[in-house]
Design a protein around this ligand. Structure first.
Ligand code: GLC
Length: 497
């Protein structure tokens, strides 16, 4: 009997933030045609699939995670015809395409919420009467999670007031999302990334949180057990389509065991393991994280993430470029899929010094820090000055003057660049696919700062310390200079036996 590995289990998935990827019409914002024109770049990079963050009709109060129409493309990103052309081109190039789905909340511009404001159909959201906010919940972006409407009632929003939370106990909400899933599956998408996947249901009595953590699974506002029936229903829909359509959930939780509740044969295929993303650059932290993730039942479908559109880019978290290269080698050598975030292949740093006047993230406006714009700055493609080939117009967030050496064009001409390194690493990973056993065998090392593990013919060794350490074996790939038979501080090697 032959068993085939499902495509997503060890896929390298590249996250596209469409607004910042490539702009085809000169309005300073990326769009689907811009992305489409750059698909050959992504195929050439060597990734297996793309995940697109929201491109749906939206006022963009939260970068598109405030959806006003789940079945259309926002005009600034293009049209449904552009989307269809994108799917067709991606598939022709051998790239799968998954899209974001945002079920926890709609935009306040969604027709349902507009109706609710007019006093009709409020039961689709979480409205409550009273003189004071119904409970002690705070929005994840700062400020109270309740906003009062003209007639004095309150509605719940775990994010901005422009993102009212849906009432998932209402049958119409469930039906509507089943239709939305089918709408995009019928257009050929290979799966979904589910936003705030653990948030859909709230405690039936909307109990106070008290001192408890908001994100603890099973708290009154997060990780309620009722959500699992939704994912069972969705799984049945996904399974009714050919070619293994999949779903990956965004679930923030400290315990990988909690993730396992979502990753079940009849629920989601994967849930993001954000644990490495939160780990400091340290051998101990990386090893413990991987061991805990793999030992948990969710570790049967591991996902490794170093950066995304919500966090500080890892090149800035880790510092020296060798570390970013080594971290990539580390996750690509592990079993499971790797989710990359656009621009990490260029070694883009976080842009910390954006002028406040340019910032657009609601986190900034709701007073919870500087926000996430610094990892969303439009990509540099070519040329020596902004907009670096991103498009003809002025980019919606300013690009640093120092990015000329980081463009795709500049790095393509340099075999030592980060981009060239990503291409080599991804090509090797493809070549090794299918030859690597699932189990990770940890090897003894000469220093607690060095991690080494083997999977069949491949050994991956990372030097998290500052001092060079010797290695022995035939080098397939190296981060940092290994000419002297040593892995430099922050460097790594892939060896074959
Ligand atoms: C998720 C998204 C984030 C968004 C939030 C609200 O965490 O990744 O960007 O702001 O959900 O939809």
């Amino acid at each position: 009997m032959t068993t085939t590995t499902p495509w997503w289990r060890d896929a390298v998935v590249y996250q596209v933030y469409p607004r910042s990827f490539a702009d085809s019409n000169g309005d300073g914002e990326g769009d689907l045609q811009g992305l489409r024109s750059r698909l050959p770049y992504l195929a050439d990079l060597g990734v297996d699939a793309l995940w697109l963050t929201p491109f749906y009709t939206s006022p963009l109060a939260d970068g598109g995670y405030d959806v006003a129409d789940y079945r259309d493309v926002d005009p600034r990103f293009g049209t449904l015809a552009d989307f269809d052309a994108l799917v067709a081109d991606a598939h022709r190039l051998g790239l799968r395409l998954i899209v974001d789905i945002v079920p926890n909340h709609t935009s306040s511009a969604h027709p349902w919420f507009q109706e609710a404001l007019a006093g009709y159909g409020r039961e689709r959201y979480l409205f409550r009467e009273g003189d004071a906010p119904p409970n002690d919940w705070q929005s994840n972006f700062g400020g109270p999670a309740w906003t009062r409407v003209e007639d004095g009632s309150w509605y719940l929003h775990l994010y901005t007031p422009a993102q009212p939370d849906l009432n998932w106990r209402h049958p119409e909400v469930r039906k509507e999302f089943e239709h939305i899933l089918r709408f995009w599956l019928d257009r050929g998408v290979d799966g979904f990334r589910i936003d705030v996947a653990a948030g859909l249901f709230k405690h039936p009595g909307l109990a106070d949180l008290g001192e408890g953590g908001t994100h603890a699974v099973g708290s009154p506002m997060y990780g309620r057990p009722e959500v699992h029936q939704i994912y069972r229903d969705w799984r049945a829909i996904l399974d009714s389509y050919p070619d293994e359509r999949m779903a990956v959930g965004e679930v923030w939780t400290e315990s990988p065991d909690d993730l396992a509740l979502y990753v079940r044969p009849d629920e989601l295929h994967q849930a993001f393991q954000f644990h490495l993303l939160l780990a400091p650059w340290s051998a101990r932290a990386f090893r413990e994280t991987v061991e805990t993730c793999l030992a948990s039942p969710s570790g049967k479908a591991p996902t490794w993430v170093l950066s995304n559109h919500d966090v500080i880019r890892h090149s800035s978290r880790y510092g020296p470029a060798e570390r970013s290269r080594s971290a990539l080698m580390f996750i690509l050598a592990l079993p499971g899929s790797a989710y990359l975030y656009q621009g990490e292949e260029l070694g883009l740093p976080e842009v910390f010094d954006l002028p406040d006047a340019a910032r657009q993230d609601p986190i900034f406006f709701q007073g919870k820090g500087k926000g996430r714009d610094g990892c969303r700055v439009p990509l540099p493609w070519s040329g020596t000055a902004a907009p670096y080939g991103f498009g003809a117009g002025e980019p919606w967030l300013p690009q640093p003057d120092s990015w000329a050496p980081l463009t795709v064009q500049a790095q393509s001409a340099d075999p030592e660049s980060m981009l060239a390194f990503y291409r080599r690493a991804l090509a090797l990973r493809r070549r090794l696919r299918g030859t690597l056993p699932v189990d990770v065998e940890w090897l003894e090392t000469s220093s607690p700062d060095v991690l080494s593990f083997r999977r069949g013919p491949l050994t991956c060794t990372v030097n998290f310390g500052d001092e060079p350490v010797p290695f022995d074996g035939a080098v397939l790939l190296a981060a940092g200079d290994v000419a002297a038979g040593k892995i430099q501080g922050g460097g790594a090697v892939w060896l074959t036996v």
